[in-house]
Write a protein that binds this ligand. Sequence first.
Ligand SMILES: NC(=O)c1ccc[n+]([C@@H]2O[C@H](COP(=O)([O-])OP(=O)(O)OC[C@H]3O[C@@H](n4cnc5c(N)ncnc54)[C@H](O)[C@@H]3O)[C@@H](O)[C@H]2O)c1
Length: 314
Amino acid sequence: MAKMLEGKVAIVTGAGRGLGRGEALALAKEGAKVVVNDLGGGFDGTGTAHGPAEDVCKEIRAFGGEAVPNFESVADFAGAKRIIEAAVSNFGALNILVNNAGILRDKMIFNMGEDDWDAVINVHLKGTFNCTRHACAYWREEHKAGRSRGGRLIHTVSDAGLLGNPGQTNYGASKAAIAAFSLITSREMARYEVTSNCVAPGGRTRLTTDATPSMKALMEKVPPAGEFDLMDPENVAPLVVYLASDDAKDISGEVFRLMGDRVWFLRGWHTIESKGKGKARWAPEEVGPVIKEMVKKVGAKEEIMGPFKEAGLI
Ligand SMILES: NC(=O)c1ccc[n+]([C@@H]2O[C@H](COP(=O)([O-])OP(=O)(O)OC[C@H]3O[C@@H](n4cnc5c(N)ncnc54)[C@H](O)[C@@H]3O)[C@@H](O)[C@H]2O)c1
């Protein structure tokens, strides 16, 4: 069977471990040449190491794929430009950018330090902006020169932001903002044949074990040999591969969740109901009952653990 991404060049940020590693391997198995970016730090964003990105490149080369490591931080605007340039200088083009790099520094809002806020926003939201901005400038130039690259942006979001998880205002705000960023980018880049979508993953990685002690026991449950492992981080990669393919050219500005054997389609802010007063301004005592009734009719918000229940994890 023909490979889905033959001739394509991909970048996966934060691909030295966890979900990004699985995505880099899967993209390479489908024929893409991959820049394996990873700073190699701790889950809280401290430290650096070359080992993780180098090891994933070795894994890719071991099955005959092509990969180069890159150790830049996505949080650095100039560094992010060098990540994009690494694809072009090593492999001649860029078609796919997977924004995956991430860290966690969970605290309740009243204990959140400025450094915890800045570090998380810088890696997730600014990092996604940095890499996307340079990739889009490249794709626009290529398109103008008559070489449309059919750019594919796949950003990593999280239920922490889409549903709202206590202890993660920094992280959740970044992830919800990335969903909005992707929607706007999809609209701006459509004319250059670039798509932009988000994936909310679920998988056993150090972010869901070491960095989130409350999830550790659940995430570390490994099924008996031969049974499907719902929390294998490599489960998420096939969706990323598909969104990176030519066949996905008409899917853009959307959000999908993949956990275990289940794929979800999500839409964010959208009108549930509206009501006009009839060419007159509302009084506070009039508008109150109207919005109370609207909220009551719809009922409770989706719970943060809801997807885990649906996926059969709890
Ligand atoms: N694991 C889950 O269930 C889950 C759920 C929702 C969202 N996510 C998201 O998935 C992504 C991957 O997380 P993971 O769970 O695989 O964690 P992970 O810690 O295993 O992998 C993240 C990788 O990103 C790298 N990284 C961190 N900061 C970087 C920077 N500034 N520049 C380049 N690389 C950097 C790290 O070195 C690490 O190897 C993250 O964006 C995370 O928020 C994960």
